[in-house]
Write a protein that binds this ligand. Structure first.
Ligand code: NAP
Length: 491
C-alpha cells in the first residue's frame, strides 16, 4: 500500500457509469491504478445508472471497456482484484427514493465517499438533493465535477451556487484533464527550477507564444451536445486558458493548492478584454466543410449525423490574447484549436526576441528566432531550436538551425507516463486540490469568454469555412501574418 497511514480510505461513486466518459476514460484509468497498486485495499467502485443491469452483466460491460480502452495489457489477475471492487447501483437520479439503494451498498462503513459526476449538468441538482436525503454528504466527502461548468458566467454561477449549498469549496474537485498531463505539470519545473528559463520567461526576452490544441476527429456522434457549445466554450474556456495560466503565472509562494490557484487567477484577471471594438481584429472562427484526406472522404460539420444544416457553431477558433501585467505586457499569445485538423497534436511554442545587432550579417541577413517547442501530445517532449555554425575549414560563419531534443519516452524509459485521468483520480483520493480548478478561476474565465461570444453575436461575426484535414480558415494565418509572424509548422 503506497498511501500514508494518515489518509483515510475512500469509496468512489460514478454517476453516469454507462456514458462515454466512464467508458473511455474513468474505468480504464481506475484499472490502470489497480495495476500500479494505487487503489486502497477496500475501495469500492460503485457505478450508478438507469440501466437494468445485474452485477454480473455490469462487470462484463466494464471488462469490455477496459479491454478496449486501457493502454495496459489486460491481465486476468489484476481484473480479478479490480472486479471485486465493482458494484452496480440502479438509480434514476431524478427519483430520490432510488438513493436508498446506495445506502445498502455503503452499509455502515465510515469511509470517505467521492462522487464523480460523469453525467449531464441538468441532473446535478437532483443528485445533491438525493445525497442529502440519505445523509450522504459528510464534510469528509468529495465531489468531482467535469468541464464545462455551465456554458456562460451566469450558468456556471448557477451550478456553483447549487453545489455550494451542499458542499464546501474544499470538497469540490473541478476537473480539467489538461491539468493532469505530465507535460503541463512539467511546465512548473521547467520554468521555476531552471534559472536559464526562469530569468528569461518574460517580455524582455520572449517575442510571442503560440498554443495549438488540434483534434483530428470531428463530432463523433456528439453533434447535439457540441452544437450548443462550440469550440470556444468546449476547448478555449478550459483547456487552453488553463495551459496559458500555468505557462505564464508567477512563481507561487509554495506548491500548495491555493498558492498555485491564486497565481493562475491573477493571469485570468489580467487578460485584456476582447469586445465588439476589437473582436474582428483578434479572433477567427471557422467551421469545417467536407474534405478529402488520405484517400478518405470526410463529411463537413453540417453533413454529420443529426446536424442542423444552417448551424452557426464554430469548430475552430484562433485568438490573439494579451496579458496586461508587468511580466507580459506587449507579448502576444496566439491560441488555436479546432476539429478535423490534419493531426491530433498539442504544443506550446515560445519564440525568443532576436538580438538587436546581427554580427553574422555578411553570412546570414535574417536570423530566425530561437524557439522552444513543448510537445504536450503525442511524442511528449521539448525541442529547443538554436543556430549553430556549420563545421567547415574556412573563415565563413555559415549558420544552420539545429534542434536540441528531449523525448520523455527515451529519457525516462524506466518511468511510466501516467495519463491525466489516472493522476487526477489519484489526487482526488488523496484529497489534494492543486490540479483542480477553483470556482473563482472558472468564473473569471467565463467572464472573458462571454465577452468574446457576445461580441461575435452582436457583430454577427463571420463563420469561415475550412476544408476538413487542413489547418483551419485562411484568416487564422492572417491573424499572425499581419503581425509579421507565422504558425509553427507542424509535421
Ligand atoms: N465524454 C467525454 O470525453 C467528456 C469529456 C469531458 C467532459 N465530459 C462531461 O462529462 C459528463 C458526461 O459526459 P458523457 O460524454 O459521458 O455523456 P453521456 O455519454 O451522454 O453519458 C451520460 C450518462 O449519464 C446518465 N444519465 C443521464 N440522466 C440520468 C439520470 N436521470 N439518472 C441516472 N443516470 C443518468 C446516462 O445514463 P443512460 O445511459 O441511462 O442514459 C449516461 O450513462 C458531461 O457533463 C460532459 O460534459 C465528457
Amino acid at each position: 500500500m503506497v498511501f500514508s497511514k494518515k489518509i483515510k480510505e475512500c469509496d468512489l461513486v460514478i454517476f453516469g457509469t454507462k456514458g462515454d466518459l466512464s467508458k473511455r476514460k474513468l474505468f480504464p484509468a481506475l484499472y490502470q491504478l489497480e495495476e500500479s497498486l494505487k487503489l486502497y485495499k477496500n475501495t469500492k467502485i460503485i457505478g450508478v445508472g438507469r440501466a437494468d443491469w445485474t452485477q454480473e452483466y455490469y462487470k462484463k460491460i466494464i471488462k469490455k471497456y477496459i479491454k478496449k480502452f486501457s493502454y495496459r495489457k489486460f491481465k486476468k489477475k489484476i481484473w480479478k482484484k479490480f472486479s471485486n471492487r465493482l458494484y452496480f447501483c440502479n438509480i434514476d437520479v431524478n427519483k430520490f427514493s432510488n438513493f436508498l439503494k446506495l445506502k445498502k451498498i455503503f452499509k455502515k462503513e465510515k469511509k470517505i465517499k467521492i462522487y464523480y459526476f460523469a453525467i449531464p449538468q441538468n441532473t446535478f441538482k437532483n443528485i445533491f438533493k438525493g445525497l442529502k436525503k440519505i445523509n450522504y454528504n459528510y464534510i469528509q466527502d468529495r465531489i468531482i465535477l467535469e468541464k464545462p461548468i455551465g456554458n456562460s458566467l451566469e450558468t456556471s454561477k448557477k451550478i456553483n451556487n447549487q453545489v455550494g449549498k451542499y458542499f464546501q469549496e474544499k470538497q469540490i474537485f473541478r476537473i480539467d484533464h489538461y491539468l493532469g498531463k505530465e507535460t503541463i505539470l512539467n511546465l512548473l519545473s521547467l520554468k521555476f527550477s531552471n534559472s536559464i528559463f526562469f530569468t528569461n520567461w518574460n517580455k524582455s526576452t520572449i517575442d510571442h507564444i503560440q498554443i495549438t490544441v488540434a483534434e483530428k476527429i470531428g463530432i463523433e456522434g456528439r453533434w447535439n451536445y457540441f452544437d450548443k457549445i462550440g469550440q470556444m466554450r468546449d476547448m478555449i474556456q478550459n483547456h487552453l486558458l488553463q495551459i496559458l495560466c500555468i505557462l505564464t503565472m508567477s512563481p507561487p509562494i509554495n506548491l500548495q493548492s491555493n498558492s498555485i490557484r491564486d497565481e493562475k487567477l491573477k493571469i485570468l484577471k489580467s487578460l485584456r478584454m476582447i469586445n465588439e471594438k476589437n473582436v474582428n481584429k483578434n479572433t477567427v472562427r471557422g467551421q469545417y466543410k467536407s474534405g478529402f484526406f488520405k484517400n478518405k472522404n470526410i463529411p463537413g460539420y453540417i453533413d454529420e449525423i443529426n446536424s442542423i444544416k444552417n448551424s452557426n457553431t464554430e469548430t475552430f477558433v484562433s485568438i490573439k490574447v494579451n496579458i496586461d501585467n508587468s511580466q507580459w505586457h506587449g507579448v502576444p499569445f496566439y491560441l488555436r484549436t479546432g476539429k478535423r485538423l490534419p493531426l491530433k497534436h498539442s504544443e506550446i511554442v515560445i519564440y525568443f526576441k532576436k538580438n538587436d545587432f546581427n554580427l553574422f550579417n555578411n553570412f546570414k541577413k535574417k536570423l530566425p528566432l530561437n524557439k522552444i517547442v513543448i510537445r504536450l501530445e503525442p511524442n511528449e517532449g521539448i525541442d529547443i531550436f538554436i543556430l549553430n555554425k556549420i563545421p567547415k575549414l574556412d573563415s565563413k560563419y555559415e549558420l544552420k538551425e539545429i534542434k536540441l531534443n528531449f523525448d520523455y519516452k527515451k529519457t525516462f524509459n524506466k518511468c511510466t507516463l501516467y495519463n491525466a485521468y489516472e493522476r487526477l483520480l489519484l489526487e482526488s483520493f488523496l484529497g489534494s486540490q492543486s490540479l483542480f480548478v477553483r470556482r473563482d478561476e472558472i468564473e473569471e474565465s467565463w467572464k472573458w469568454i462571454d465577452s468574446i461570444i457576445n461580441a461575435w453575436n452582436k457583430k454577427k461575426s463571420k463563420l469561415e469555412l475550412y476544408t476538413a484535414g487542413t489547418w483551419g480558415p485562411k484568416s487564422s494565418n492572417t491573424l499572425l501574418k499581419k503581425d509579421g509572424r507565422f504558425w509553427n509548422k507542424i509535421k
